[in-house]
Write a protein that binds this ligand. Sequence first.
Ligand code: SF4
Ligand code: SF4
Length: 485
Amino acid sequence: MIQEGKASEAVEQGSELYQFDEEFRNSISTVDESGHRVWLYPKKPSGTYHNRRIVVTVILLALFFAGPFIQIGGRPILLLNFFERKFVVFGQAFWPQDFVLLALTLITFFVFVILFTVVFGRLWCGWACPQTLFMEMVFRKIEYWIEGDANQQRRLDRMPWNTEKITKKGFKQLLFLLLSIIIAHIAMAYLIGKDQALAIVQESPSEHVGGFMGMVAFTGIFYSVFAYFREQACVVVCPYGRLQGVLLIKDSIVVAYDWLRGEPRGRRRKASAEAPKTGDCIDCKLCVHVCPTGIDIRNGTQLECVNCTACMDACDDIMVKINKPKGLIRYASYNSIKNGIQLLFTPRVIGYSVVLLALITILSFTLATRSDVETTVLKVPGTLFQRTDDGFFTNLYTIEFVNKTFDPLQLKVKVESPSTATLVLPEGSDILLPAEGLMKRMCFIKLPADAISEARTIVIIGVYQEDRLLEKVKVKFVGPVKSSR
Ligand code: SF4
Ligand code: SF4
């Protein structure tokens, strides 16, 4: 997104053309000129927005920790078992066979993310992203509690390794590690289910080598991200952050500095004829000091900004102190600052909304008509059709059933059309399909010779649970062409 940046040299109010110091775009605040990491010491945030974020964080983290234990009809509310390729969302099971549904869900989700970002910018990052919640609202708070605010942290880091430093650093790292272990266990519970995760905790690691290694790996990842990698996850790794440049438009609502009101920035001086006229920004740099990604929001929207609102609170605090209205840094779009009009329904937003609505309709229809059973009928490879003595032709198939429900199902299969076709299951016609299970059977389809008019005849098979038709499957019956009989 094109956003006017630091109006450090000259400001021509109301004009598109500002003279900006664009130097900040050539580097990131967390890496110095020699390429080394610059460790950030953001000042402790406080204020109205921060308090609201605390409330939201408590609710979201409570949901995250309780998630694996919440059940709907005896099933987890969310299970993403990639290892066994089994997924449960709001108590509904999904299998690899639900590929179309999965693809539709993903496309719908991406369109939703695009629409949400176009309208509200990175609201998700600041208020709901697990990385920001854990980093800023949990790990960083522990750090403030043990090591103090930014200046005290700097002082501690510069100290030699004396008792105070060893105690504080050791205690902090211990808490970080313990928290990482807890988060790793919860994350694993979402992947393998709470019962398996509990078994890994309660039983010897030798009985769950894979699971134990998974826990150790997750703990290592969480610990290194929150103890060391920190804001780098948002600044250099997160793909959503990278996409901001193409998703944001000039009407997107983001954390923005009101350059028209703030510039030219400068210290407040007593009003006099000689004193230069300054805007509301007193250049105290508090907004920079509180920023967890180390940027200066006065330079304009940057992809490092995770919309954490810390700079809004810091600046509001200053505005109150200097008797100016709050909101010099606020949720606003570029256009709303420049023109004073906040447009929500731009053509792009309307376009994305229409696409999203269409996708949601298709997805809901697909979900509502989804069968409890997935049946696949395949001709046994290498077999030819057979002619029987009583004038029929037969083909041999494998019929595979996948039970997508959590209950066993009693199934029956029969031919729907053509009426002359017969389906024979040599192992018996009653099929008891175990819960969440898969079953394969061999079957013959028989057709009288005079019902075959072409090399491939389409046979429709119906799969029933009692008298309820669950699904119809199309099968190709291979037979001789008339001239060769
Ligand atoms: S906190 Fe507000 S007044 Fe201080 S430098 Fe930032 S924008 Fe200017
Ligand atoms: S610029 Fe403001 S909202 Fe963006 S990350 Fe920094 S402090 Fe948070």
